[in-house]
Write a protein that binds this ligand. Sequence first.
Ligand SMILES: Cc1cc2nc3c(=O)[nH]c(=O)nc-3n(C[C@H](O)[C@H](O)[C@H](O)COP(=O)(O)OP(=O)(O)OC[C@H]3O[C@@H](n4cnc5c(N)ncnc54)[C@H](O)[C@@H]3O)c2cc1C
Length: 340
Amino acid sequence: MGRELSVVGGGVVGLACALAATDAGWSVTVYDAGPSTRAADVAGGMLGCLGEGHPGEDRLLDVSSQSASLWPDFLARLGDPAVRTATDSVLIGASSTDLAYLDDQVAFVRDRLPAAALTRSTASELRRAEPALGRGLVGGYLAEGEGAVDNRLLIEALTEALREGGAQIVEAVVDDPTALPGEHVLIAAGLGSAALAAVAGAPVPVHGEKGEILRLRRTRWSVPPPSHVIRGRRHGRPVYLVPRADGVVVGATQYEAQGPDDRAPQAVGVADLLTDAIAVMPGLSSYELVEVAAGIRPCSADGLPVVQRIDDRVLVATGHGRNGIALAPWTASRAMGLLA
Ligand SMILES: Cc1cc2nc3c(=O)[nH]c(=O)nc-3n(C[C@H](O)[C@H](O)[C@H](O)COP(=O)(O)OP(=O)(O)OC[C@H]3O[C@@H](n4cnc5c(N)ncnc54)[C@H](O)[C@@H]3O)c2cc1C
C-alpha cells in the first residue's frame, strides 16, 4: 500500500507540496475551497530573492536564495514554457533618495550572497537593457537570473501535473483537518491555516496583509510589454511591473488587512500604482486597464514561512507573506523532508 496524504488548500503552497508528494509516490488528495480567497490568483508572480532582500531579513534571504536555486527544476517538472514570463529584473530608483535605498538593499544582499548577480547601472545603461523605462529615473541595478512566472498559468500547470500524476483535487471547505483520511494531513490553506491549525490543537498565528494589484493589457497602438521585471522605487514607494504575454501586472500596495473579507481595492492604492507605473514606463498610459484586484497575503509573526509539524500526523505550511510563489519549491522540499 502507498502512503496517503491529505492536503488542505489548493493555492501555490498546497499544490507544490502535493506535487512533490505525488512524485515521491504518495497517494494525494487536495481539498480546496476555491479561488475566491486565493492569494496566488492575485499575485504578481515575481521570483524575488535579490530584489526582495531587506536589511534585517537575513534568514528570509537565505530561504529565498535556496528556493531560487530550486526553480529551474521546478519549472522543468511543470514542462510549460509559458509559465515563466521573465528571466531578469531591473531595480530602478526615481530619485537619488530612492537609489540610496536600493544601494542599502543591495549592500545587505551582497553581504549575505557575495556572488549575487547585481550590477550597478546608470539609467541609460538600464534603458539599453529595457527600452520601456521612462526618462527622469536616476539609476539602479540589473539583477540577472531573477525573473517571474505567470501566477495563474502556474496554478493551472500544477493542477494539470497533479491530475496527470494521479492526485485527486476535491472542491470542499474543510472545518476539521484531523477528520481527513490518510497517514498524514498537511494544512496549507494560506490565511485559513490559523483556524485549521487551532482545530488540530496548535496555534499558528497568521495575519493578513492586503495588497492592491492591477492588470494592464497592451493595445495595437502601445509599445510592447517590458522583457524584464521592473522593480521601481518612487517617492519612497515600491512599484513593480511584471511582464505577461499580453501586458503587465502592476503591483502592489501592502498594509494590514481589516479582516479576512477586506478584499475590495481602495482608490488611493490604485491611484498610486497607476501614477508610479506610468512614471517608470510611460508607454503604459495607452494600455487597457483590464483588472483591479486586492488580495491578502498570509503572513507569519516573524516574516518567515512556517513549515512544521503540529503533531505526529498533522503538518502545516503557511505564512509565506509577500513571497509564497517564490518560496513554493523550497516549501515543497521542506515539507517532503518532514514527511520523510
Ligand atoms: C497583491 C499580491 C501580490 C503578490 N505578489 C507576489 C509575488 O510577486 N511573488 C510571490 O512570491 N508572492 C506574491 N504574493 C504572495 C503570494 O500570493 C502568497 O504568499 C501565496 O499565494 C500564499 O500561498 P498559499 O498557498 O499559502 O495561500 P493561497 O494562495 O491564499 O491559497 C490558499 C488556498 O487554501 C484554500 N483554503 C483556505 N481555507 C480553506 C479551508 N478551510 N478548506 C479548504 N480550502 C481552504 C483557499 O481556497 C486557497 O485556494 C502576492 C500576494 C498579493 C496579495
